[in-house]
Design a binder for this molecule. Structure first.
Ligand SMILES: *Cc1c(COP(=O)(O)O)cnc(C)c1O
Length: 503
């Protein structure tokens, strides 16, 4: 994010305390410094500043992997200087990505003949995977409309209002209308009946979510498939389904192998999954898998030959690191089906411990399901004295990062707290969190009755004040960060002076 320096106060803000042994003058914040500094100084300045970031392991807001085995960390570091796109130079890395694509396609029950290669690609994450899948649907639909001599300028996608922001990005960047099925009280996912009603001749696909970001719930893809088949038969359209399995794609096959949500359903033409969520790899990897070659229009694939052999590429970015692909392959062979199943079962058990602990307080209503993504989403039964945002704020003081957000329309009056259970969230931590929640509730109860401000923050960081929507300005956020940072530096400086005094 680029902000003008005058707007945020001071340009000179990267003071050095420890590093003052190496540099006397302060570093400018927004301009490249005139001179070089020693590498030790650069390291210390940055390392010190980064101490202010939260602890990723205590970040219960995120689905993204925060722990891997040291052996895998070693492989990642060894490949950190390999550009993935140089496939001719690094053929083994390319081979590993192809093995991953095939393993995941089989996991999702792609109808492949014996030995037939799967169709798919490694991406930076589910967002890129969704852009690619969306583009394939848009092109297929356009080709069909052209053939039929029908207009092809008003494509749309039908989703639930609970879609992740990347679908809104796809819609805006690639000019596709997003038609959202609204949520309602106690129903926080896409209703398949309403979705199919919304489908028209311009619908390029219906996107179902396996593991809603908001409460982890799996949408009923089977029901959607059946209803849509019926509608296609009646109308002669060929509206397909995409499954956004960003978080659920590595859960359902292990915990609910009998749940039919994937390529076993004929209308499911593509599926995305985030390798960096329950695929158990650090941030930077996702997968897009197509049912068959026919579902990925050839004209979207580029063939390049200036790095060596002919290479097909279908990605938005050209260069990227190789480490994440290698790390994904490590997890797939290291854990195998058995290992993933163990990890997911353990996550579900810890989710149940946490859920029961929260239920025992008798203060919360649980809005997540036991048979979805292992997370607990909950809301206060009574928010007249204090609200979910205060619970979230107070938990931060114990080091926990538990987000609070409002549901999308038409359930925007519901505010939810969410704890994502990842592999590294142990039972001890779950029990500890319940104790801390109890403490927080106790503290909040003792607060004098106050005028409850009705400010809420959506998952996209928008602050909603009663009925007035105000976007919290980036400048304001930046200013707050600056304040925190300055306080930190002042404290460090004082500490340093004291220590100097002692020495
Ligand atoms: C996380 C998520 C995404 C975006 O995935 P990234 O891998 O972060 O790009 C999309 N859809 C759903 C349902 C998600 O949970």
């Amino acid at each position: 994010m680029v902000l003008s320096e005058t707007a945020t106060g001071t340009d000179v803000s990267v003071h050095s305390t420890f590093a003052s042994r190496y540099v006397r003058a302060s570093l400018p914040r927004f301009r490249m410094p005139e001179n070089s500094i020693p590498k030790e100084a650069a390291y210390q300045i940055i390392n010190d500043e980064l101490m202010l970031d939260g602890n990723p392991r205590l970040n219960l807001a995120s689905f993204v992997t925060t722990w891997m085995e040291p052996e895998c960390d070693k492989l990642i570091m060894a490949a950190i200087n390999k550009n993935y796109v140089d496939m001719d130079e690094y053929p083994v890395t390319t081979e590993l990505q192809n093995r991953c694509v095939n393993m995941i396609a089989h996991l999702f029950n792609a109808p492949l003949e014996d030995g037939e290669p799967a169709v798919g690609v490694g991406t930076v994450g589910s967002s890129e995977a969704i852009m690619l899948a969306g583009l394939a649907f848009k092109r297929k639909w356009q080709n069909r409309r052209k053939e039929q001599g029908l207009p092809f300028d008003k494509p749309n996608i039908v989703t639930g209002a609970n879609v992740q922001v990347c679908w809104e990005k796809f819609a805006r960047y690639f000019e596709v209308e997003l038609k959202e099925v609204k949520l309602r009280d106690d129903y926080y996912v896409m209703d398949p009946e309403l979705a199919v009603e919304m489908v028209d001749e311009n619908t390029i696909c219906v996107a179902a979510i396996l593991g809603s970001t908001l409460n982890g719930e799996f949408e009923d893809v089977k029901r959607l498939n059946d209803l849509l088949e019926q509608k296609n038969k009646e109308t002669g359209w060929e509206t397909p389904i995409h499954v956004d399995a960003a978080s659920g794609g590595f859960i359902a096959p292990f915990l609910y192998p009998d749940l039919v949500w994937d390529f076993r359903l004929p209308l499911v033409k593509s599926i995305n999954v985030s390798g960096h969520k329950y695929g158990l790899v650090y941030a930077g990897i996702g997968w897009s898998i197509w049912r068959s070659k026919e579902d990925l229009p050839e004209e979207l694939i580029f063939h390049i030959n200036y790095l060596g052999a002919d290479q097909p590429t279908f990605t938005l970015n050209f260069s990227k690191g190789s480490s994440q692909v290698i790390a994904q392959y490590y997890q797939l062979i290291r854990l195998g089906y058995e290992g993933y199943k163990n990890v997911m079962e353990n996550c579900r058990d810890n989710m149940l411990v946490l859920k029961e602990g929260l239920e025992k307080t008798d203060r919360f209503k649980i809005v997540s399901k036991d048979n979805g993504v292992p997370l607990v989403a909950f809301t206060l039964k009574d928010s007249s004295h204090f609200n979910e945002f205060q619970v979230s704020d107070f938990l931060r003081r114990f080091g926990w990062i538990v987000p609070a957000y409002t549901m999308p329309p038409d359930a925007q009056h519901v505010t939810v707290l969410r704890v994502v259970i990842r592999e590294d969230f142990s039972r001890t931590l779950a029990e500890r969190l319940v104790l801390d929640v109890q403490k927080v509730l106790h503290e909040l109860e003792l607060l004098p009755a106050r005028v409850v401000s009705n400010t809420t923050v959506t998952p996209n960081g928008e602050v909603v004040d009663n009925n007035v929507k105000v976007k919290k300005s980036e400048l304001e956020t930046q200013r707050e960060i600056t304040m925190v940072w300055k306080k930190f530096v002042m404290e460090r400086r004082k500490m340093n002076e004291k220590m100097n005094g002692v020495c």
